[in-house]
Every structure is written in C-alpha cells, then in structure tokens.
Design a protein around this ligand. Structure first.
Ligand SMILES: [Zn+2]
Length: 219
C-alpha cells in the first residue's frame, strides 16, 4: 500500500457524526465507514466520484453511526457490512442503539461478518487489523490500517481531538475506555492519524501528550 489514499469526511446532522469514504488514488472502489443519518450526502459523493463501495464498516452500533446502513445495502446489496461481534445486537434493536430514546427508532440490516479482536479486514486495497476497545459501547472496535502511510485508524467514538467518547451509557465503562486507548491506540506510532466519529481528525501523538480528559484535567 505505497500509493496515496484519500479519506473524505461527510458530517451528518443532528449529532455531527462523521462518515468516512476512503479510497486509493487510481482505484474506483471505496470503503464507507459509519454511514450516518444523512445517507443522501454519502450517495451523492459516491456517485459524483463514480465510486463502487466495496465494504461498509461500522465501528459500533449507536444509531448515529448505523442509520445509513439500510440505504447503503439497498443501493449496493452485494457490499458486505461488518461490525464488532459485541455490538451486532444494536443493529436490530432501537432500544440498544439508543434511537428509541430519541424518539426516532432506527434499525439496520444484519451484518455480513462479525469481527473480533485481531481479525483482518481487507477491501478496496486497504487492510485493517481489528482492535476491540469497549467502554463507550461494549462491542466497539477500531480499524487499524496496515501498511498505509501515514498510518491511520478509523476510531469511532473512542478517542477524539481533545476528548474521548462518552462512557455514561448503560454498557459504558470509563476504565475500559481509557485502558483501551492507552494499550491499543497510544502504542501505535505517534504519526498515526485518528479519524474519529465526531469532530476533526487528530493523531495518537497529539492526544498522548495533550488530551485533557485522559490526562485527568476533567473528571
Ligand atoms: Zn457512539
């Protein structure tokens, strides 16, 4: 994977959730990560760029990250949908994926493959190692790119620029979240770009030294 890759961020209202469309220069297949509540934006981009989705990746099952799955599968039924094993129940349960609580019940088609710690996922020229980081959501996974430069991670709602994901959901746990960040993200090279589920991208190096939540400035 020596060629250049591109990651396009598409932000969905009302939770300012990030969907990413990733592809390698010179290829027309792509990945769609966490299709959110405004799938028409994703479709418009994919069609404008004449891309072929090769995989739909979900970092976790909260509604704002899976709301676009149904439209993606409707348009591209052959495109496999993957999610961490522990969050698969959230796809089919509006209560578990928290959309019921917001009064807009959302469900998703089932996943085509359930992922566990250490699994390898390959599509559109990318290869990722799966790491489980619970604490925001019990089955949350991150996708760590292998062989890409600069190195990068699709991190979902684990590590944000200057913050972390919430841990106050029913299956949340702050110790698990912080432990996962420190052992599975902060052990990556400092240049590793983190594409988070909300907000601007950051790097593991920047958050290791400056993240106020992890460094104990806030409780
Ligand atoms: Zn979430």
């Amino acid at each position: 994977m020596s060629s250049t890759y591109h990651v396009r961020r598409i932000v969905s209202a009302p939770f300012a959730e990030n969907t990413f469309v990733a592809r390698f220069e010179g290829r027309d297949d792509c990945l769609i990560v966490d299709p959110g509540l405004e799938p028409e934006q994703i479709v418009a981009y994919v069609e404008r760029e004449q891309l072929k989705p090769a995989m739909i990746l979900n970092t976790h099952g909260h509604a704002d990250h899976i709301a676009g799955n149904a439209e993606m599968k409707r348009l591209w039924p052959e495109c496999p949908l993957v999610i961490g094993r522990g969050d698969a129940p959230k796809l089919s349960s509006a209560a578990l994926n928290l959309s019921l609580g917001f009064g807009m019940p959302i469900t998703s088609p089932p996943a085509d493959r359930l992922l566990d710690e250490g699994d390898i996922v390959s599509a559109a020229g990318f290869e990722f190692k799966v790491a489980e980081i619970p604490g925001h959501s019990i089955g949350h996974i991150v996708f760590i790119a292998r062989g890409a430069w600069p190195p990068f991670v699709f991190g979902g709602d684990v590590l944000f620029a200057g913050s972390t994901g919430r841990w106050d959901f029913p299956d949340g746990n702050r110790e698990q979240l912080f432990h996962g960040i420190r052992t599975k993200l902060f052990t990556l090279p400092d240049e590793t770009v983190v594409y988070p589920g909300h907000g601007q991208r950051t790097t593991t190096g920047a958050e290791k030294s400056n993240n106020p939540v992890l460094n104990g400035d806030y409780e």
